[in-house]
Design a protein around this ligand. Structure first.
Ligand code: MN
Length: 141
């Protein structure tokens, strides 16, 4: 398997809007990633407890939760301190990008999703594949 960094990453999408979730999931699965999803902060925590994903896409407007509060909570937990978190949000006002990045997000993708570019945008924010560097010397293809 070529070590291009694209196949087989584990992505958690935290998004309460079903259409957005289904589109994002479809596009990432088409690109070869495995996708888990959560519709609110509570099920997001449960998914994160189950397994730490390679990257989180997080809608910043979740029911009953300010996305930045959830990000701050995760950053306060050593297991998730370096977890890539990408804000997925309809907030497109100037200043939001800076606000989310200052709040602990590693990147920002605006909604509506750009169907042609989305998977590449997400992949650009992925950490290097474990086989390429740190981590247990397990995955040898
Ligand atoms: Mn939402």
């Amino acid at each position: 398997m070529p070590d291009s960094g694209s196949p087989g990453r584990d992505v958690l999408i935290i998004e309460d809007n079903r259409q957005n979730l289904e589109l994002a999931q479809f596009l990432l699965e088409e690109a070869g990633h495995s996708v888990r999803s959560a519709g609110d902060a509570r099920s997001a925590r449960a998914e994160l407890e189950r397994q730490v994903p390679d990257l989180v896409l997080m809608d910043m407007q979740l029911p009953g939760t300010d996305g930045l509060e959830l990000v701050a909570e995760l950053r306060g937990d050593g297991r998730f301190r370096h977890l890539p978190i990408v804000a997925l949000t309809a907030h497109a006002l100037r200043g939001d990008r800076e606000r989310f990045l200052a709040g602990g997000c590693d990147g920002y993708i605006a909604k509506p999703i750009d169907v042609a570019a989305f998977a590449l945008q997400v992949e650009a924010l992925m950490p290097p594949h474990p086989a390429a560097g740190a981590g247990p010397a397990a995955e040898v293809d």
